[in-house]
Write a protein that binds this ligand. Structure first.
Ligand code: PEP
Ligand code: MG
Length: 330
């Protein structure tokens, strides 16, 4: 079993019909890079940078500390691409001892709808620029992509791009070495998924955060046990938004990945492939299981079933039936 898994690690993720699939890892700290490599991932699709900020009170990391951490992650991946998400603070990832009383106030009633992620970064622009500077500097040491969480409107996109441009100017004046970065947006709010042309116009790539997309589409708090039975990745509304996002990004020639739990769940591998997804980012422990699915999948055979599944009021059942009818290998 061990040697079979070791062999699998070095097997390229290619489907039966020859489609090359990118399997990436989600990490929380630079020290996770060896784990991502060991799992056989082709890079990091989501480095949740907020973990550098959490559990340390108001002693937030400065530019140098962040630069060091991002650089370690980049160097640890030996030249493979590393997608680093700017802080997704707030909601289920609170900062203890925050000095901003606004944040504490907003958190009381409805933290998931409050000042979290890019909203928080834009409310603390010097903090945001500090992080962006560290990221551009880390990019001098290997391929870095910057990913912005929770964007929902053209207004936020404009403000974000202004900060990025300002940081690039500051850095080029300072003469510090920086690297080229690709800039991407998380699609995890229905408003974003329903206005994709705006996102495709301004960003190099998209990454679908299904964990939050499910939460916000279905109005189900992802952390609330009382409604956990209603948190349904198979809900047709969710599947339609995921499908539209993949299709429109592919049509525009932009990279698109899924980095929520759905990407690491083998039950969704074939469906996501059939929808046109070619890049998946997941917890390192899931890479082997998803790769096994990829190796046995034929993307042409199941593509026709997507429409049936999207129109069904029981998509999970419809998909299972389509696989049996399509003779998908066991
Ligand atoms: C998501 O929302 O799917 C996601 C990947 O981000 P997080 O789980 O960190 O909110
Ligand atoms: Mg999210």
């Amino acid at each position: 079993e061990r040697s079979r898994l070791a062999r699998l690690r070095h097997t390229p993720a290619v489907t039966l019909d020859g489609e090359r699939i990118e399997l990436l890892a989600n990490i929380e700290m630079p020290e996770d890079a060896p784990v991502a490599l060991e799992a056989g991932s082709a890079g990091v699709g989501l480095f949740r940078s907020e973990f550098l900020f959490m559990g340390r009170g108001i002693d937030l990391p400065d530019e140098e500390e962040q630069y060091g951490a991002y650089r370690r992650a980049v160097e640890g991946m030996n030249g493979l691409p590393v997608t680093i998400r700017t802080v997704d603070i707030g909601a289920d990832k609170p900062l203890e001892g925050m000095t901003q009383s606004e944040l504490r106030h907003e958190s009381v009633l409805n933290p998931a709808l409050g000042l979290r992620a890019i909203r928080w970064s834009l409310s603390e622009p010097s903090m945001f620029r500090r992080q962006l500077r560290a990221l551009f500097r880390a990019a001098a040491h290997g391929p870095v992509k910057i990913l912005i969480p929770m964007l929902g409107s053209a207004h936020e996109i404009r403000q974000t791009l202004e900060q990025v441009a300002l940081v690039q100017r500051q850095l080029s004046e300072s003469g510090k070495p920086i690297g080229k970065v690709q800039l991407g947006a998380m699609i995890e709010v229905p408003a974003a998924a329903l206005t994709l042309p705006i996102f495709l116009k301004h960003f190099d790539f998209l990454s679908i955060g299904t964990n939050d997309l499910i939460q916000y589409t279905l109005a189900i708090d992802r952390a609330d046990e009382a409604v956990a039975h209603l948190y349904d990745p198979w809900h047709p509304a969710v599947l339609n938004l995921v499908y539209q996002t993949i299709q429109q990004a592919n049509a525009a020639g932009r990279g698109v990945s899924v980095c929520g739990e759905m990407a690491g769940d083998p039950a969704f591998t074939e469906l996501l492939l059939a929808m046109g997804l070619r890049s998946f980012s997941m917890h390192p422990t899931q890479v082997a299981a998803v790769k096994q699915r990829v190796l046995r999948a034929d993307t042409r055979r199941l593509a026709g079933a997507v429409d049936i599944v999207l129109a069904s009021d029981e998509p999970e059942k419809a998909w299972a039936e389509a696989q049996v009818a399509g003779g998908a290998p066991a």
